[in-house]
Design a protein around this ligand. Sequence first.
Ligand code: CUO
Length: 672
Amino acid sequence: DRPTEPIFMEKGKAAVFDVPDKFLTDRYRPISTEVQSRFGEKAEQRIPVREISIPDLRVPMSLARDAQFSLFIPAHRRIAGRLIDIFMGVRSIDDLQSVAVFARDRVNPYLFNYALSVALLHRPDTKGLDLPSFAQNFPDKFVDSRVFRQVREEATVVPDGSRMPITIPRDYTASDLEPEHRLWYFREDLGINLHHWHWHLVYPFEAGDRAVVNKDRRGELFYYMHQQVVARYNLERFSNNLARVVRFNNLREPIAEGYFPKMDSLVSSRAWPPRFEDTKLSDLNRELDQINLDVSDMERWRDRIFEAISQGFATDESGNRVPLDNAGGIDILGNIMESSIISPNRSLYGDFHNMGHVFISYSHDPDHRHLESFGVMGDSATAMRDPVFYRWHAYIDDIFQEHKIRLPPYTLPELDYDGVTVTGIQVSPEGGQANVLQTFWQQSDVDLSRGMDFVPRGNVFARFTHLQHTPFTYTINVNNDSGAQRFGTVRIFLGPKRDERRQGMLFKDQRLLMVELDKFIVALNPGQNTIRRRSTESSVTIPFERTFRNLDENRPAAGSADELEFNFCGCGWPNHMLIPKGLPEGLECELFVMVSNYDQDRVEQELVGTCSDAASYCGVRDRLYPDRRPMGYPFDRLSRAGADRLVNFLTPNMSIVDVVVRHDNRVVPRAA
Ligand code: CUO
């Protein structure tokens, strides 16, 4: 189902679109010959663009080309929905190319990129197509704005091939006076922010076409992916001698944490606004964004959500009860809270989580008197940079947990796997000590040139510093006494052994801090089995190359089967952030392994050729979530009665081992 020829450019060749004259904007049409020849001069390839009847872009064009664009703003969502419909609605790939070329010069660049990306991911005829890395298209959403002046200078003065990478400083958003700044490497990580942007691209909460939104268990995945982000963040906090993040549950209380992003938008030519310490939320009245909403509206939505949870049912638009107190309740609740258009009742339960992003992102200019745009919380590509993101999502998760703790704890038959016993676990880092995980800093280069206009063209790399760990292997011994071959799902989690006061943890607290490291299916022969699995195979992560897609020399050959696989999906936690940083003296953790009964886990479907290798947080494209159990199982519910600690919770098919995460402060370059 690969697209037909014209949409492809040949790699490494400067290409130009052969545009019908009527496609040119009013400004350029009178000088079309000059314009076409100027850009055509250096072209080695001309891509024909078919003439089509001019699409109606009035709605998409109602957003100014130099405006900031946010999916959290309802008016922007409607505008995006219209453009997505236009891109989804054209008959062929050639027509899509024509409409896209026509729209490109007319609509807001962020809006254009978002709508086209959604369409390319969802059209049956473009599904195999690669989306260029968002960080390459819009580097301004990911790095210190100072880098761009240096990049331009390098590009203008130094010929392609001799250019030096521009180093993004490590500590550019705050100083050590701010304790929260210790988490810069997590909040400002390129891969983490790309994952979050990609996740929301794959799971939009609004679109004209309901099918684009209504994916299998998408509400539950909204809960689970963000729950895991908060858990992972808390492990990083423990790795920096900070206590767990404090949920932002009182919307009237000033937000203690400030954030100064130090980024400029290349589209709006404005700085991303900061938020000062102790800023309060205010009622919003912003004519331009068509937002008129009070903090008390948020409080009412929240109270109704709590009411639904404690009643055990929500009420839909026709007044019918939608039961919540069952395993599927979390999926409905996810759609209610986020909210998405498949929420059973948006007029009653509102748009709580999304509007939380909006209230926070406009707290510096709630009535638009200063003509300022939203802060980083208003954009899924930048939201995770801000400490308040985790406070907001800790609260969202707290509400989800309010529902989860109402469900009956798992019974023994729901946990145990008769005849299957986990008898040993070992974690072995390459060249290191068993059960001691090693982290350090690494410098890697990303090409930023795609999103910048400068001549002469060519690559310009930015060098950034990120956390990394020594790759490791799990060795798991499993005994199968059933006398026949059995199948099991291996579920691996990592959690802290002690809390912020160095006390041992109760199950009810620790379960919220268990981060999923991997999940995979194994065949168990009768008797002893030794399972080996590498950390790079994790079902949570995607490799560095997929996160950034800039290592062109490593790309599989064009048109090959490998390339299709490679291209499929950019959603996935970055592998370099698989495990928390740890402490120089070692962060004490517990590694948990469970082998559950595959008969109860199995989802009947074909997975060949789908993007399924980061399924834990991202699901599988066009497929059911590939695990029938509730997401987060077995830690999504309270423990069995009497089992107040993890060690007492274990059934024979589970085991734990003490693991230490040790951080070494050295910085190493990425091996070529
Ligand atoms: Cu991903 Cu709040 O949902 O940012």
